[in-house]
Design a protein. Structure first.
Ligand SMILES: C[S@@+](CC[C@H](N)C(=O)[O-])C[C@H]1O[C@@H](n2cnc3c(N)ncnc32)[C@H](O)[C@@H]1O
Length: 226
């Protein structure tokens, strides 16, 4: 199945809002760190329901926000969630961004980058569209050190790239970014039941669930275009 078919299916069955809910606890912490100035132009790469761009408009006075997604239905849903004319959702692929050179101040991406067919090319594309000094805030829950994420590729028909912290930094540098920051952002809000409630459907032990959410959380890598 293609990215488009897979995520069209998610969007039409309402799973875009479920993703937003699952990602928001750590996404909001990372979004707060972005050095967005009023009127800056933002790209949300793999925007899903488009919540991140709308949050940056509402809280940081971002100027123009573009959400890009390979799924037509995701882009359609996202468009329906706002009447803000400075927020626009476009259909496109990470490896060939339909965006002019040096036109974006900051790019955000949550739980999407690793679906790129060619993640190295996607990074190169981002250095093309970002202005000098522009940043790429790349947040992922699927990565090598997060052993609890390793089986996720079995539940989806799209290829996924599982890089380590080190591989993210190296790839960012190879594509021409400076690496400004790399951090694990814990999810302190997700409810973790009492010991006596385990095993759960998804978790054998409480310890594993604590490690997944409170310790590993979301891996954030921040690149800056020189
Ligand atoms: C797991 S969802 C995350 C959505 C959103 N960022 C969030 O935090 O909820 C990944 C999104 O990336 C999009 N996507 C995956 N690979 C893509 C590609 N190669 N080009 C464009 N969009 C892609 C999917 O259609 C999907 O909406």
């Amino acid at each position: 199945m293609s990215v488009r078919e897979e995520f069209d299916d998610w969007a039409t069955s309402g799973r875009d809002r479920g993703m937003e809910e699952r990602h928001w606890n750590t996404a909001k912490q990372a979004l707060m760190r972005m050095p967005v100035e009023p009127d800056d132009t933002i790209l949300d790469l793999g925007c899903g329901s488009g919540y991140a761009g709308r949050a940056l408009r509402a809280t940081r006075e971002a100027g123009r926000v573009y959400g890009l997604d390979g799924s037509t239905e995701m882009a359609r849903n996202a468009t329906g969630y706002t009447d803000d004319e400075n927020v626009g959702y476009v259909v496109g692929d990470f490896d060939s961004l339909p965006i002019a050179d040096d036109s974006i101040d900051h790019c955000w991406s949550m739980e999407a980058f690793y679906y790129a067919t060619d993640p190295v090319e996607t990074l190169r594309e981002l250095t093309r569209v970002l202005r000098p000094g522009g940043t790429f805030y790349c947040a992922v829950n699927y990565y090598e050190e997060n052993v609890h994420s390793h089986e996720w590729d079995q539940f989806i028909s799209v290829e996924m790239t599982r890089w380590s912290r080190r591989q993210y930094r190296d790839a960012f540098r190879d594509a021409g970014f400076h690496v400004a920051e790399q951090d694990n952002i814990p999810d302190r809000e997700v409810t973790i039941p009492d010991e006596a409630d385990f095993p759960l459907e998804e978790w054998d032990t409480r310890e594993e669930m604590v490690e997944r959410y409170r310790e590993f959380g979301t891996l954030l890598t921040v690149g800056v275009v020189p």
